[in-house]
Design a protein around this ligand. Structure first.
Ligand SMILES: [Zn+2]
Length: 251
C-alpha cells in the first residue's frame, strides 16, 4: 500500500450537502481540506480574471454570477482546476479531504489509490430545501429551484461526459460508498457514514499518516473495547474503525 494517498474524496451533485459534509469530516478527523471551489478562486487570480481581494471575499459571488457560466463552459479553465485537485491528492502526505463533483472519477481514472470515495446523494425535494438554506435571499419558488438544479445537473453532466467521458449520473462507477442522505440532517447523515462497515474498515488506513505530535493520547474505544495509547490526535479506532466522538473514553 505504498502508493495509498491519505485522502478521503467526497462528491455529490449541487445542493446535496456534500460541501457541508466534507467540512464535518474535516473537523472530526483533523484533515487538510482541498476543494475545487478554493482552487477555482486561486486560478481566477492566476488567470488575471479577478484580484486576490475579490477572489477570497464575498465579492467573489458577484463576480461568479457574472462570469461563472463562462468559466463553467471554459474547458481549459476547468481542466486546470481538476488537474490542480489531482496534484494536491497525489502529493498529499497528511490526512486530507478532497471535495469535487468529478474528483472521485478522475482519481479512479488516474489510478490513484485513496482511503475512500464517498458520493453524497439526496432526492430532489431535499436538494431544494438545502438550496434554500444556502441561498436565503433566493425569491423563486421551489419549482424554480428544481428547474435550476436540473439544468445545472444536465449542463455539468454534458460537460464532464465531453471532457472526461465521466457520467455524473453514474457515481457508483467511481465511488466506494453512495450515501443516500434523503430525509437526514447533517448529523444523521454523518452517523450513517461512520456506521458503514466499509467506511470503518478503510478509515483505519488514515492512522499511520498523522504526524507524530508530542502529546500522548490514551483512550478506550467503547464500541470494541480497544485501548489506545499513541500520538494520533484524533479518535480513530484501529480495531473497529469507530470515529464516533461519543463512543470513546479518554483515559
Ligand atoms: Zn473500536
Amino acid at each position: 500500500m505504498a502508493s495509498l494517498k491519505p485522502v478521503i474524496v467526497i462528491g455529490g451533485l449541487a445542493s446535496t450537502g456534500s460541501t457541508t459534509f466534507a467540512k464535518k469530516l474535516t473537523t472530526a478527523l483533523d484533515l487538510e481540506y482541498f476543494y475545487a471551489g478554493r482552487i477555482m478562486r486561486q486560478l481566477c487570480v492566476e488567470f488575471g480574471l479577478c484580484t486576490k481581494e475579490v477572489a477570497f471575499s464575498s465579492e467573489f459571488n458577484k463576480f461568479y454570477k457574472q462570469f461563472g457560466r463562462r468559466l463553467l463552459e471554459d474547458d481549459q479553465f476547468n481542466k486546470k482546476v481538476d488537474e490542480r485537485v489531482l496534484d494536491l491528492i497525489r502529493n498529499a502526505t497528511t490526512p486530507s479531504a478532497a471535495e469535487g463533483r468529478v474528483t472521485a472519477a478522475l482519481v479512479t481514472k488516474a489510478g490513484i489509490e485513496v482511503v475512500i470515495k464517498v458520493w453524497i446523494k439526496a432526492d430532489m425535494a431535499d436538494r431544494v430545501k438545502r438550496f434554500r438554506t444556502k441561498n436565503p435571499t433566493f425569491s423563486g419558488s421551489d419549482a424554480d429551484i428544481q428547474e435550476l438544479l436540473l439544468t445545472r445537473d444536465r449542463l455539468e453532466r454534458q460537460q464532464y461526459l465531453k471532457q472526461y467521458d465521466v457520467d455524473l449520473f453514474k457515481p457508483q462507477e467511481y465511488n466506494d460508498i453512495i450515501l443516500d442522505t434523503t430525509g437526514l440532517n447533517l448529523e444523521q447523515a454523518y452517523f450513517k457514514l461512520i456506521d458503514n462497515e466499509l467506511f470503518r474498515e478503510r478509515i483505519k488506513l488514515l492512522i499511520p499518516f498523522y504526524p507524530n505530535y508530542d502529546v500522548v493520547y490514551r483512550w478506550k474505544c467503547l464500541r470494541c473495547g480497544y485501548l489506545y495509547e499513541g500520538f494520533v490526535p484524533v479518535h480513530i479506532c484501529p480495531r473497529c474503525g469507530n470515529i464516533d466522538e461519543k463512543q470513546f473514553q479518554d483515559l
